[in-house]
Structures are given as structure tokens and as C-alpha cells.
Design a protein around this ligand. Structure first.
Ligand SMILES: [Zn+2]
Ligand SMILES: [Zn+2]
Length: 365
């Protein structure tokens, strides 16, 4: 969690140095204050080198015949590999389908075995699992599972199994030095204050799904915006788009693009912790129109300007406090009076494809 903590520390420092007070505590003269930047902006992409860094495709939520999916673990891995994914976490319900090099030692779920007998036509020919070596495939495999006895929760870098409450599961994941992500919040009716408390109390709870299995729960994003309106600018909550695949037709519609200097296990984890990603939804998957890509995001803090460069999009919406506040590649904070404590960009491309940035924290100085 060092990286996430570092980002927060840097941001806190920015705010401390932005109060308009000199080091010895005396108020700066109005003339001097006018030269100070008018905005503090928490830019999750602050350390990204958009020229040199590369973009890696990731899915953090998918199922296999180890739980209620209908594809075997190795077939799921192969399907993502064929679509060019770099990072994959298999997240079976309360089951850790990991490591990939030992799939063959795992047994299929009782559900899969029963289905094999009753609806064999939708099943793979065999429930014998084959091993896969992520390094030979050029992929990063993330240990994961979907804790499902409560509000569904993605658990990563942890072999933690079942507990009965989100709070106790999060404690166990923290004890294992894991990360967590809330899945499809739009399925539930939890009060926003419940989410806000969870995020404030659990630094290792990095974010939540804002698209799930296509777009099953559009309310996911309304919940996200409500959480951000309460936690930002101090506590970012990263947004993710995940297939939650249970069958082949679910694969390749939702993904996340990690923007990293290299594809390594440590950089992937750091990217998850610090929001070095943007999320994508392509309703027709990889056979449909290409989704928008983001090539660069520049933040000019002194003038309160966020500028985005990308391709494959027709319009950019800037969203704050749950509403669209501006359109176009460039957002000038000074031109808007109805801003909440964050802003995020959403790029709309052909075929209703979407790419979305992580939230930028904003504070008027
Ligand atoms: Zn779920
Ligand atoms: Zn799931």
C-alpha cells in the first residue's frame, strides 16, 4: 500500500502548501497570493510518461467451471490471451483458482459437475483442467476470488476464503496484504454512507466496478459518483470495468487499460493501487467498433486546466457531482461554478463504446 499512501501524501502536501500562508505562518500579501495557483488538482496520472509508458489490457473479474462459469480455467485464460489481454484475475465465487500452473490439480465445482450431467450441451467436452504458464503467455496472473457471502467483493493477492460480512472479509484481506474491489454495487441497495465509511477505513479497498458484464447495472456509476462526491478530493476511489464472464459471449466487452512503464507483477499492483488506468466498455466486444483510446492527459494546475488527447472518440464529457459539466478535450475549471470535489472524463466512441478516466480531485484554493 506504499504507493497509494505516497500519492495521498503528495496530495496532502500540495494542499498544505496551497493555503496561501508562508512558511512562518504569516498571510501572504494579496499581490503575492494572486501569483499562486487557484486550483489544487489530484491527477492520478501525474507520474505517467504518456510517450514512454505502454498500455496493458486487464480484466479483474471472471469465472470458470471452478465455480459457476461454463468454461474451464485454461480455456478462459486462452480466450483472454487470444484477445491480447496482458493481465487477468480469475475470480471464482469463494474459490481461489490459482496458480495457473496448477489448474490440473483443482477439481471442478459441484455445480459444474452436476451441469455436466444435466445440460451437457453447454458444457466443455471435459472438466479436466490443463495448466497454463502466464510467463510463457506473456501475461500477469493475479490471484483472486469473488467473496460472495455478502456484497460481492473482489479479493486480490490473497487466498482468503469465505467470511460473512464485508467488514470482516476486508480485515482478512488486509491481514494477507491483499487488495480489494467492490463488484457490481448497482445490484444492491446499500446507503452511500456505508460505502464512504468502507473506503475511508480501508486503504486497501482500491475501488469498485462501474461497468459489469457489459453494462448490467448502469446504477454502478451513479453510486460511484455519489461516493466520490463524499470522499474526494482526499480519497480517490478507482473505477473498473470487468467482464464478470461466465461464458464465452461475456468475454472481451469490458476491460481496463493500465498505463505502466513495463508489464511486471509489481507495476500491475502499483497501477491498481494508484489508479494508473482507464476503463473501457465495448458493447459488441472485440468484433465491434474499436473503443476510444487515451493517448495523453495534461494537467495545468496553475491555470486549472485538464486536457485530454486520444483517438476513436466522438465526444468527451466531463462529469462532476454526478452530472455532465463540460464537453470537449479541454476542461477549464474556472469556467464552471457547479463543480463537486472531483471531475472525470468519459469518451464516447462509435457503437456506443466508452472509455473513462479515473477521477481527478479538485479543490479551489
Ligand atoms: Zn458477483
Ligand atoms: Zn462474478
Amino acid at each position: 500500500m506504499l504507493a497509494a499512501g505516497l500519492v495521498l501524501a503528495i496530495f496532502a502536501t500540495l494542499f498544505v502548501s496551497a493555503r496561501g500562508w508562508s512558511d512562518d505562518g504569516t498571510d501572504l500579501s494579496p499581490a503575492a497570493a494572486e501569483l499562486e495557483p487557484r486550483w489544487s488538482i489530484l491527477n492520478p496520472y501525474h507520474d505517467v510518461d504518456w510517450e514512454a509508458d505502454r498500455q496493458y489490457k486487464a480484466n479483474f473479474h471472471t469465472h470458470t467451471t471452478k465455480s459457476d462459469g461454463i468454461m474451464n480455467p485454461h480455456a478462459v485464460v486462452d480466450a483472454y490471451h487470444q484477445l491480447g489481454y496482458d493481465v487477468l484475475s480469475i475470480t471464482d465465487h469463494d474459490e481461489v483458482t490459482y496458480p495457473w500452473t496448477a489448474f490440473s490439480r483443482l477439481e471442478p465445482s459441484a455445480l459444474s459437475s452436476a451441469r455436466m450431467l444435466t445440460v451437457a450441451h453447454i458444457m466443455p467436452r471435459s472438466l479436466r483442467f490443463e495448466d497454463r504458464d502466464p510467463s510463457r503467455l506473456g501475461m500477469i496472473a493475479i490471484q483472486g476470488n469473488e467473496l460472495s457471502m455478502h456484497h460481492h467483493l473482489g479479493s486480490f493477492y490473497s487466498d482468503h476464503g469465505r467470511t460473512t460480512t464485508v467488514e470482516s472479509s476486508l480485515q482478512a484481506i488486509m491481514a494477507a496484504d491483499g487488495l480489494a474491489m467492490l463488484f457490481h454495487p448497482g445490484r444492491y441497495n446499500r446507503p452511500i454512507a456505508w460505502y464512504v465509511d468502507l473506503y475511508r477505513q480501508n486503504e486497501h479497498l482500491i475501488g469498485l466496478e462501474v461497468y459489469n458484464q457489459g453494462d448490467r447495472y448502469p446504477r454502478d456509476r451513479r453510486i460511484w459518483d455519489s461516493i466520490l462526491s463524499a470522499t474526494m478530493p482526499d480519497r480517490p476511489v478507482w473505477g473498473y470495468s470487468n467482464d464478470d464472464a461466465h461464458q464465452r459471449s461475456h468475454i472481451g466487452r469490458n476491460w481496463n487499460v493500465l498505463v505502466l512503464p513495463e508489464l511486471s507483477a509489481s507495476w500491475v499492483r502499483r497501477g491498481m493501487e494508484t489508479g494508473l488506468s482507464y476503463f473501457v466498455y465495448a458493447p459488441d466486444g472485440h468484433s465491434g467498433p474499436a473503443a476510444p483510446m487515451i493517448h495523453a492527459i495534461e494537467v495545468d494546475e496553475s491555470n486549472g486546466v485538464i486536457e485530454l488527447a486520444g483517438s476513436g472518440y466522438e465526444v468527451v464529457q466531463w462529469i462532476s457531482a454526478g452530472g455532465v459539466v463540460s464537453l470537449g478535450d479541454t476542461l477549464r475549471l474556472d469556467e464552471h461554478h457547479e463543480l463537486g470535489p472531483y471531475v472525470r472524463a468519459k469518451l464516447h466512441g462509435r457503437g456506443q463504446t466508452v472509455a473513462g478516466t479515473q477521477p481527478f480531485g479538485i479543490r479551489r484554493r
